[in-house]
Design a protein around this ligand. Sequence first.
Ligand code: AHM
Ligand code: MG
Length: 335
Amino acid sequence: MPQVTVIEHLLLHQKESPMATGRFTRLLNELILAAKIISREVNKAGLVDVLGFTGEINVQGEQVQKLDDYANMVLIHRMERAGVLCAIASEENADLVLIPDQFPKGDYFLIFDPLDGSSNIDANVNVGTIFSIYRTKEGCTGDKLCDLLQRGSEQVAAGYFLYGTSTMMVYTTGRGVHGFTLDPSVGEFLLSHPNIKTPETGRIYSVNEAYWDYWDEPTREIVRYFKGSDNRRGQPYGGRYIGSLVADFHRNLLYGGIFLYPADHRDPKKPKGKLRLLCEASPLSFVAAQAGGAGSDGVRDILSIEPEELHQRVPLFIGSKNDVAMVEEIYAKAR
Ligand code: AHM
Ligand code: MG
């Protein structure tokens, strides 16, 4: 396969697309650079003890940061200087991060989860950065939340970096989903998975079944459907759950399957599940939809939900189209 970088691919295949602008290319370039820096630090995670950086203060006299804080800092530092954003939102920041006055501004709005699955870091399990990009609404200054919040269907691009056995970038600008693998010897993400399509019916279900007692009866029926043999496959789906959304999603995207994080009706902390609409569910649903799959809250397409707040949570059922449709069908029957 010829070695095509992300930016070459964007420019080669999307000439007529409004996304092939210099500003969008700059945004993507900065994001990629931030992800390479995060990837380098994630790869060193296991060496922290070996190198003696275990205390609060490292040998340079600097405060040792948790990797998720570090990833957040790198992303904000790079992206606020990119000159193409009007604001940033991160899973780690309660409020919008506005672009400081000394830096030029643009009309893109970037939302990210800097290090999804970070509770797995110490066990050397895959983690990732999820991103979502919008344009500021027409006529808006782009510095007020109410101006920025939009439905997932308005995203101009979304995707993720997966820090796994190799580091990958998977993204869409609404013209298919493409995957690139970081070649550390040249320091570039090279096209490895062009035009990803997910199977219409999957063979994997991914859910934290320990919450069984917290679920309502229709949710249990859904999980029984996937683990039983009276389903579309005529045999149980394989159960796989890493506990890193981005890694569970990526595996299911390639192999076919469904990831479920339902509402926990008896857990007062999670009446809408755990995952966030804007920095997790919406970007991954955009990728899923572009790969021929779907994302739903059990009733509606995730991409159709009008956000009300920055850190809004949403039940999430995402992956192969027929499997997501089955979830909606079982909930609909129960209503
Ligand atoms: P986080 O954003 O606090 O890291 O939580 C999100 C993570 C997802 O990556 C993962 O799918 C989920 O939490 C796992 O939650 P649970 O331990 O409840 O199964
Ligand atoms: Mg997360």
